[in-house]
Design a protein around this ligand. Structure first.
Ligand SMILES: [Zn+2]
Ligand SMILES: [Zn+2]
Length: 410
Protein backbone atom coordinates (compact mmCIF):
# COMPACT_ATOMS: atom_id res chain seq x y z
CA UNK A 1 0.00 0.00 0.00
CA UNK A 2 1.22 3.44 -0.83
CA UNK A 3 2.20 6.05 1.70
CA UNK A 4 1.61 3.65 4.54
CA UNK A 5 2.82 4.83 7.91
CA UNK A 6 5.08 2.70 10.05
CA UNK A 7 4.74 2.54 13.81
CA UNK A 8 6.68 1.02 16.63
CA UNK A 9 4.41 -1.58 18.19
CA UNK A 10 5.25 -0.04 21.57
CA UNK A 11 3.84 3.33 20.50
CA UNK A 12 0.46 1.98 19.38
CA UNK A 13 -0.08 -0.77 21.96
CA UNK A 14 -2.20 1.49 24.19
CA UNK A 15 -4.45 2.35 21.29
CA UNK A 16 -4.79 -1.33 20.33
CA UNK A 17 -5.82 -2.08 23.91
CA UNK A 18 -8.36 0.75 23.99
CA UNK A 19 -10.04 -0.38 20.78
CA UNK A 20 -10.01 -3.96 22.04
CA UNK A 21 -11.77 -2.97 25.25
CA UNK A 22 -14.42 -1.06 23.32
CA UNK A 23 -15.23 -3.88 20.88
CA UNK A 24 -15.14 -6.61 23.51
CA UNK A 25 -17.87 -4.80 25.44
CA UNK A 26 -20.42 -5.32 22.65
CA UNK A 27 -22.44 -8.25 23.95
CA UNK A 28 -23.05 -9.91 20.58
CA UNK A 29 -19.29 -10.25 19.94
CA UNK A 30 -18.34 -13.89 20.48
CA UNK A 31 -14.68 -13.96 19.45
CA UNK A 32 -12.30 -11.09 19.15
CA UNK A 33 -8.61 -10.77 18.36
CA UNK A 34 -6.01 -8.50 16.89
CA UNK A 35 -4.49 -10.12 13.80
CA UNK A 36 -1.69 -9.22 11.37
CA UNK A 37 1.79 -8.09 12.30
CA UNK A 38 0.60 -6.70 15.65
CA UNK A 39 -0.43 -10.22 16.67
CA UNK A 40 2.93 -11.52 15.47
CA UNK A 41 4.42 -8.79 17.73
CA UNK A 42 6.61 -7.32 15.02
CA UNK A 43 8.70 -4.43 16.32
CA UNK A 44 7.45 -2.20 13.49
CA UNK A 45 3.95 -2.49 12.10
CA UNK A 46 1.87 -0.83 9.39
CA UNK A 47 -1.85 -0.86 10.00
CA UNK A 48 -3.72 -2.82 12.63
CA UNK A 49 -6.23 -5.57 11.82
CA UNK A 50 -8.96 -6.66 14.18
CA UNK A 51 -11.12 -9.70 13.72
CA UNK A 52 -14.54 -10.12 15.28
CA UNK A 53 -16.95 -13.02 15.05
CA UNK A 54 -20.66 -13.16 15.78
CA UNK A 55 -23.19 -15.97 15.86
CA UNK A 56 -25.10 -14.97 12.75
CA UNK A 57 -23.31 -12.87 10.16
CA UNK A 58 -26.57 -12.35 8.24
CA UNK A 59 -28.13 -10.46 11.15
CA UNK A 60 -27.98 -6.95 9.65
CA UNK A 61 -28.93 -5.27 12.91
CA UNK A 62 -25.99 -6.70 14.84
CA UNK A 63 -23.56 -6.15 11.97
CA UNK A 64 -24.62 -2.51 11.82
CA UNK A 65 -24.31 -2.13 15.59
CA UNK A 66 -20.73 -3.44 15.63
CA UNK A 67 -19.59 -1.41 12.64
CA UNK A 68 -21.19 1.74 14.06
CA UNK A 69 -19.45 1.25 17.39
CA UNK A 70 -16.16 0.81 15.59
CA UNK A 71 -16.33 3.86 13.32
CA UNK A 72 -17.62 6.19 16.05
CA UNK A 73 -14.90 5.51 18.63
CA UNK A 74 -13.47 8.66 20.25
CA UNK A 75 -10.05 8.29 18.65
CA UNK A 76 -11.38 8.01 15.06
CA UNK A 77 -10.65 11.06 12.90
CA UNK A 78 -11.64 9.62 9.53
CA UNK A 79 -13.80 6.76 8.32
CA UNK A 80 -12.04 5.29 5.30
CA UNK A 81 -14.70 2.70 4.59
CA UNK A 82 -17.70 1.13 6.23
CA UNK A 83 -19.17 -2.12 4.98
CA UNK A 84 -20.91 -5.24 6.24
CA UNK A 85 -17.81 -7.38 6.59
CA UNK A 86 -15.06 -4.79 6.83
CA UNK A 87 -14.62 -1.22 8.01
CA UNK A 88 -11.52 0.94 8.11
CA UNK A 89 -10.73 4.03 10.12
CA UNK A 90 -7.85 6.39 10.72
CA UNK A 91 -7.20 7.38 14.32
CA UNK A 92 -5.81 10.57 15.81
CA UNK A 93 -2.34 8.99 15.81
CA UNK A 94 -2.59 8.55 12.02
CA UNK A 95 -2.93 4.81 12.53
CA UNK A 96 -5.13 2.84 10.12
CA UNK A 97 -7.29 0.23 11.81
CA UNK A 98 -9.38 -2.38 9.97
CA UNK A 99 -12.10 -4.41 11.53
CA UNK A 100 -13.36 -7.56 9.85
CA UNK A 101 -16.48 -9.38 10.81
CA UNK A 102 -16.79 -13.13 10.28
CA UNK A 103 -19.08 -15.91 11.42
CA UNK A 104 -18.03 -18.04 14.37
CA UNK A 105 -17.60 -21.10 12.20
CA UNK A 106 -14.83 -19.31 10.26
CA UNK A 107 -13.17 -17.36 13.05
CA UNK A 108 -10.15 -19.64 13.46
CA UNK A 109 -9.49 -19.83 9.73
CA UNK A 110 -9.84 -16.06 9.34
CA UNK A 111 -7.58 -15.46 12.33
CA UNK A 112 -4.95 -17.77 10.87
CA UNK A 113 -5.27 -16.15 7.44
CA UNK A 114 -5.17 -12.52 8.59
CA UNK A 115 -2.38 -13.09 11.12
CA UNK A 116 0.02 -14.09 8.35
CA UNK A 117 2.76 -13.70 7.57
CA UNK A 118 2.18 -14.03 3.86
CA UNK A 119 5.13 -16.42 3.48
CA UNK A 120 3.97 -18.55 6.39
CA UNK A 121 0.50 -18.80 4.85
CA UNK A 122 1.84 -19.75 1.44
CA UNK A 123 3.84 -22.56 3.04
CA UNK A 124 0.78 -23.67 5.02
CA UNK A 125 -1.45 -23.76 1.94
CA UNK A 126 1.14 -25.89 0.22
CA UNK A 127 0.95 -28.42 3.06
CA UNK A 128 -2.85 -28.37 2.81
CA UNK A 129 -2.66 -29.20 -0.89
CA UNK A 130 -0.27 -32.07 -0.15
CA UNK A 131 -2.90 -33.52 2.18
CA UNK A 132 -5.55 -33.10 -0.50
CA UNK A 133 -7.15 -30.19 1.33
CA UNK A 134 -7.87 -26.58 0.50
CA UNK A 135 -7.09 -23.83 3.01
CA UNK A 136 -8.52 -20.33 2.84
CA UNK A 137 -9.87 -17.63 5.15
CA UNK A 138 -13.15 -19.53 5.58
CA UNK A 139 -11.73 -22.85 6.64
CA UNK A 140 -9.84 -26.01 5.83
CA UNK A 141 -11.80 -28.05 3.28
CA UNK A 142 -11.74 -31.60 2.02
CA UNK A 143 -13.71 -31.29 -1.18
CA UNK A 144 -16.83 -29.39 -0.18
CA UNK A 145 -16.64 -30.45 3.43
CA UNK A 146 -15.22 -28.06 6.01
CA UNK A 147 -12.99 -30.03 8.38
CA UNK A 148 -11.68 -27.10 10.46
CA UNK A 149 -12.31 -23.38 10.74
CA UNK A 150 -13.82 -22.40 14.06
CA UNK A 151 -10.61 -22.72 16.07
CA UNK A 152 -7.18 -21.79 14.77
CA UNK A 153 -5.58 -24.69 16.68
CA UNK A 154 -7.66 -27.17 14.66
CA UNK A 155 -6.24 -25.92 11.37
CA UNK A 156 -2.69 -26.70 12.45
CA UNK A 157 -3.76 -29.99 14.00
CA UNK A 158 -5.57 -31.22 10.89
CA UNK A 159 -2.50 -30.35 8.82
CA UNK A 160 -0.40 -32.58 11.09
CA UNK A 161 1.36 -29.63 12.67
CA UNK A 162 2.02 -28.58 16.23
CA UNK A 163 0.40 -25.22 16.99
CA UNK A 164 2.71 -22.39 15.92
CA UNK A 165 2.69 -19.26 18.11
CA UNK A 166 1.98 -16.14 16.01
CA UNK A 167 5.39 -14.65 16.84
CA UNK A 168 7.11 -17.45 14.93
CA UNK A 169 5.00 -17.30 11.76
CA UNK A 170 7.56 -15.88 9.37
CA UNK A 171 8.37 -19.02 7.35
CA UNK A 172 11.83 -19.18 8.88
CA UNK A 173 11.92 -22.81 9.85
CA UNK A 174 8.91 -22.86 12.17
CA UNK A 175 6.91 -25.18 9.91
CA UNK A 176 9.63 -27.84 9.93
CA UNK A 177 9.77 -27.56 13.71
CA UNK A 178 5.98 -27.95 13.88
CA UNK A 179 6.11 -31.07 11.69
CA UNK A 180 8.71 -32.57 14.05
CA UNK A 181 6.71 -31.34 17.08
CA UNK A 182 9.71 -29.32 18.18
CA UNK A 183 8.23 -25.84 18.52
CA UNK A 184 10.09 -24.28 21.46
CA UNK A 185 8.25 -23.38 24.64
CA UNK A 186 8.65 -19.62 24.20
CA UNK A 187 9.62 -17.42 27.13
CA UNK A 188 6.58 -15.50 28.39
CA UNK A 189 7.82 -13.71 31.48
CA UNK A 190 10.98 -12.59 33.23
CA UNK A 191 11.94 -12.67 36.89
CA UNK A 192 13.39 -9.19 36.91
CA UNK A 193 15.03 -6.33 35.08
CA UNK A 194 18.78 -5.68 35.02
CA UNK A 195 18.95 -2.24 33.44
CA UNK A 196 17.45 1.00 34.70
CA UNK A 197 18.44 4.52 35.68
CA UNK A 198 17.50 6.60 38.71
CA UNK A 199 17.68 10.11 40.13
CA UNK A 200 21.42 9.51 40.63
CA UNK A 201 21.63 9.99 36.84
CA UNK A 202 19.33 12.98 37.03
CA UNK A 203 16.29 10.83 36.26
CA UNK A 204 12.77 11.46 37.54
CA UNK A 205 12.56 8.72 40.15
CA UNK A 206 14.58 7.57 43.14
CA UNK A 207 15.88 4.03 43.61
CA UNK A 208 13.05 3.42 46.05
CA UNK A 209 10.36 4.65 43.62
CA UNK A 210 11.78 2.47 40.87
CA UNK A 211 11.81 -0.52 43.24
CA UNK A 212 8.18 0.02 44.21
CA UNK A 213 7.14 0.05 40.57
CA UNK A 214 9.20 -3.09 39.85
CA UNK A 215 7.39 -4.83 42.71
CA UNK A 216 4.04 -3.77 41.20
CA UNK A 217 5.10 -5.29 37.87
CA UNK A 218 5.83 -8.52 39.70
CA UNK A 219 9.62 -8.55 39.38
CA UNK A 220 11.60 -10.38 42.04
CA UNK A 221 14.61 -8.16 41.49
CA UNK A 222 15.63 -4.88 39.91
CA UNK A 223 19.19 -4.07 38.94
CA UNK A 224 20.15 -0.42 39.30
CA UNK A 225 22.57 0.46 36.53
CA UNK A 226 23.20 4.16 36.45
CA UNK A 227 25.67 5.54 33.93
CA UNK A 228 29.32 5.92 34.83
CA UNK A 229 31.29 9.16 35.03
CA UNK A 230 32.32 9.76 31.41
CA UNK A 231 28.66 10.28 30.46
CA UNK A 232 28.63 13.78 31.86
CA UNK A 233 25.32 14.82 30.27
CA UNK A 234 23.69 11.95 32.16
CA UNK A 235 25.34 13.01 35.41
CA UNK A 236 27.40 9.80 35.30
CA UNK A 237 28.59 8.30 38.59
CA UNK A 238 32.22 8.14 39.69
CA UNK A 239 33.62 5.48 42.04
CA UNK A 240 32.73 7.43 45.16
CA UNK A 241 29.07 7.95 44.25
CA UNK A 242 28.76 4.34 43.10
CA UNK A 243 29.91 3.18 46.52
CA UNK A 244 27.43 5.55 48.18
CA UNK A 245 24.70 4.13 45.98
CA UNK A 246 25.74 0.59 46.93
CA UNK A 247 25.21 1.56 50.59
CA UNK A 248 21.78 3.03 49.92
CA UNK A 249 20.76 -0.12 48.06
CA UNK A 250 21.94 -2.35 50.92
CA UNK A 251 19.88 -0.26 53.32
CA UNK A 252 16.76 -0.35 51.15
CA UNK A 253 17.04 -4.11 50.74
CA UNK A 254 16.46 -4.61 54.46
CA UNK A 255 12.81 -3.62 54.05
CA UNK A 256 11.82 -5.85 51.14
CA UNK A 257 10.49 -9.38 51.29
CA UNK A 258 10.64 -11.51 48.15
CA UNK A 259 12.27 -8.69 46.27
CA UNK A 260 15.85 -7.56 45.93
CA UNK A 261 17.58 -4.51 44.54
CA UNK A 262 20.87 -5.27 42.88
CA UNK A 263 23.70 -2.82 42.86
CA UNK A 264 24.96 -2.66 39.30
CA UNK A 265 26.34 -0.09 36.90
CA UNK A 266 26.24 0.66 33.19
CA UNK A 267 29.92 1.28 32.63
CA UNK A 268 31.05 3.19 29.59
CA UNK A 269 33.40 1.40 27.27
CA UNK A 270 36.02 4.04 26.51
CA UNK A 271 37.43 4.45 23.00
CA UNK A 272 40.44 2.26 23.78
CA UNK A 273 38.25 -0.53 25.16
CA UNK A 274 39.01 0.15 28.82
CA UNK A 275 36.22 0.71 31.35
CA UNK A 276 35.77 4.04 33.10
CA UNK A 277 35.27 2.58 36.59
CA UNK A 278 38.14 0.90 38.41
CA UNK A 279 38.10 -2.84 39.10
CA UNK A 280 38.29 -2.23 42.89
CA UNK A 281 34.80 -0.77 42.72
CA UNK A 282 33.43 -3.07 40.01
CA UNK A 283 34.19 -6.06 42.19
CA UNK A 284 32.06 -4.87 45.12
CA UNK A 285 28.97 -4.44 42.92
CA UNK A 286 26.42 -7.24 42.40
CA UNK A 287 27.03 -7.21 38.66
CA UNK A 288 28.52 -5.08 35.91
CA UNK A 289 27.05 -4.20 32.52
CA UNK A 290 28.99 -2.42 29.82
CA UNK A 291 27.94 -0.18 26.93
CA UNK A 292 29.23 1.99 24.13
CA UNK A 293 27.78 5.52 24.24
CA UNK A 294 30.38 7.50 22.31
CA UNK A 295 32.68 7.44 19.30
CA UNK A 296 30.15 5.76 16.98
CA UNK A 297 32.07 6.75 13.84
CA UNK A 298 34.91 4.25 14.38
CA UNK A 299 35.65 1.68 11.73
CA UNK A 300 33.97 -1.68 12.17
CA UNK A 301 37.33 -3.25 12.93
CA UNK A 302 38.22 -0.76 15.66
CA UNK A 303 34.74 -0.83 17.20
CA UNK A 304 34.84 -4.62 17.34
CA UNK A 305 38.30 -4.57 18.97
CA UNK A 306 37.11 -1.95 21.45
CA UNK A 307 34.12 -4.00 22.60
CA UNK A 308 35.99 -7.32 22.63
CA UNK A 309 38.64 -5.81 24.87
CA UNK A 310 36.02 -4.53 27.31
CA UNK A 311 34.40 -7.97 27.39
CA UNK A 312 37.66 -9.37 28.76
CA UNK A 313 37.14 -7.56 32.06
CA UNK A 314 36.45 -10.33 34.61
CA UNK A 315 33.54 -8.53 36.33
CA UNK A 316 31.41 -7.98 33.23
CA UNK A 317 28.15 -9.93 33.17
CA UNK A 318 26.11 -8.25 30.41
CA UNK A 319 26.73 -6.25 27.24
CA UNK A 320 24.01 -3.63 26.84
CA UNK A 321 22.47 -2.59 23.52
CA UNK A 322 25.20 -4.35 21.52
CA UNK A 323 24.58 -2.59 18.18
CA UNK A 324 24.12 0.92 19.54
CA UNK A 325 21.08 1.78 17.43
CA UNK A 326 17.75 3.10 18.60
CA UNK A 327 15.08 1.87 16.21
CA UNK A 328 13.39 4.76 14.45
CA UNK A 329 15.72 7.30 16.03
CA UNK A 330 19.39 6.63 15.61
CA UNK A 331 21.67 4.43 13.53
CA UNK A 332 24.06 2.21 15.42
CA UNK A 333 27.79 1.78 14.94
CA UNK A 334 29.20 -0.90 12.69
CA UNK A 335 30.44 -3.94 14.57
CA UNK A 336 31.19 -7.58 13.86
CA UNK A 337 28.34 -9.23 15.74
CA UNK A 338 29.66 -12.72 15.02
CA UNK A 339 32.87 -11.85 16.86
CA UNK A 340 30.90 -10.31 19.73
CA UNK A 341 28.70 -13.40 20.02
CA UNK A 342 31.75 -15.66 20.00
CA UNK A 343 33.38 -13.63 22.76
CA UNK A 344 30.13 -13.58 24.77
CA UNK A 345 30.14 -17.38 24.65
CA UNK A 346 33.79 -17.58 25.70
CA UNK A 347 33.40 -15.08 28.57
CA UNK A 348 29.93 -16.18 29.62
CA UNK A 349 28.50 -12.71 29.07
CA UNK A 350 24.80 -12.20 28.32
CA UNK A 351 23.77 -9.96 25.42
CA UNK A 352 20.96 -7.53 26.03
CA UNK A 353 17.58 -7.42 24.33
CA UNK A 354 16.81 -3.77 25.00
CA UNK A 355 13.06 -3.17 25.23
CA UNK A 356 13.39 0.52 24.48
CA UNK A 357 15.95 0.57 21.68
CA UNK A 358 15.00 -2.65 19.87
CA UNK A 359 18.62 -2.68 18.73
CA UNK A 360 19.18 -6.41 19.05
CA UNK A 361 16.44 -7.74 16.79
CA UNK A 362 15.01 -11.24 16.71
CA UNK A 363 17.48 -12.34 14.02
CA UNK A 364 20.52 -11.36 16.08
CA UNK A 365 18.99 -12.80 19.24
CA UNK A 366 18.41 -16.08 17.40
CA UNK A 367 22.01 -16.05 16.17
CA UNK A 368 23.24 -15.61 19.76
CA UNK A 369 20.98 -18.40 21.02
CA UNK A 370 22.24 -20.75 18.34
CA UNK A 371 25.80 -20.16 19.57
CA UNK A 372 24.76 -20.94 23.14
CA UNK A 373 24.86 -17.34 24.36
CA UNK A 374 22.29 -16.16 26.90
CA UNK A 375 20.17 -13.09 26.35
CA UNK A 376 19.10 -10.67 29.06
CA UNK A 377 15.78 -8.84 28.59
CA UNK A 378 15.93 -5.32 30.04
CA UNK A 379 13.81 -2.17 30.02
CA UNK A 380 16.61 0.46 30.17
CA UNK A 381 13.99 2.54 31.97
CA UNK A 382 14.87 6.16 32.78
CA UNK A 383 11.69 6.56 34.83
CA UNK A 384 9.25 4.17 36.50
CA UNK A 385 6.74 4.21 33.63
CA UNK A 386 9.35 2.83 31.25
CA UNK A 387 9.90 -0.22 33.47
CA UNK A 388 6.67 -1.52 31.90
CA UNK A 389 8.32 -1.61 28.45
CA UNK A 390 9.96 -4.91 29.34
CA UNK A 391 7.11 -6.81 27.70
CA UNK A 392 8.28 -5.54 24.32
CA UNK A 393 11.66 -7.13 24.96
CA UNK A 394 9.88 -10.38 25.75
CA UNK A 395 8.15 -10.13 22.37
CA UNK A 396 11.52 -9.86 20.62
CA UNK A 397 12.74 -12.90 22.55
CA UNK A 398 9.64 -14.85 21.50
CA UNK A 399 10.10 -13.89 17.85
CA UNK A 400 13.67 -15.17 18.19
CA UNK A 401 12.33 -18.52 19.44
CA UNK A 402 13.92 -18.13 22.89
CA UNK A 403 12.87 -20.30 25.81
CA UNK A 404 13.24 -19.65 29.52
CA UNK A 405 16.62 -21.46 29.41
CA UNK A 406 18.01 -18.93 26.93
CA UNK A 407 17.39 -16.00 29.27
CA UNK A 408 20.00 -14.72 31.70
CA UNK A 409 18.39 -14.20 35.09
CA UNK A 410 19.68 -13.76 38.60
ZN1 LIG B 1 23.09 2.74 27.54
ZN1 LIG C 1 20.95 2.57 30.09
Amino acid sequence: RQGQNKFLLRDVMKEIELVSERIKKIKEVVNFSVAGSARRKKEVIGDVDFLVSIEDISNKYIVEKIMNTFVTMDNVVKVIGKGETKSSVKTSNNLNIDLRLVSNSSFGAALQYFTGSKDHNIALRRIAIKHGYKLNEYGLFKGEKKIAGQAEEDIYKKLGLQFIPPELRENQGEIDLAIKKEIPDLVDSVKGDLHCHTSYNGGEHTIEEMAEEAIKIGHSYLGITDHSKSLRIENGLDEKRLLEQRKEIDKLNKKYNNFRLLSGVEVDILKDGSLDISDDVLKVLDYVSISVHSGFKMTKENMTKRILKAMNNPYVKTLNHPTGMILGKREGYTVDMEAIIKKAKERNIALEINSYRYDLDSQLAKMAKNEGVKLVINSDAHNKRELHNIKFGIYIARRAGLTKEDIYEI
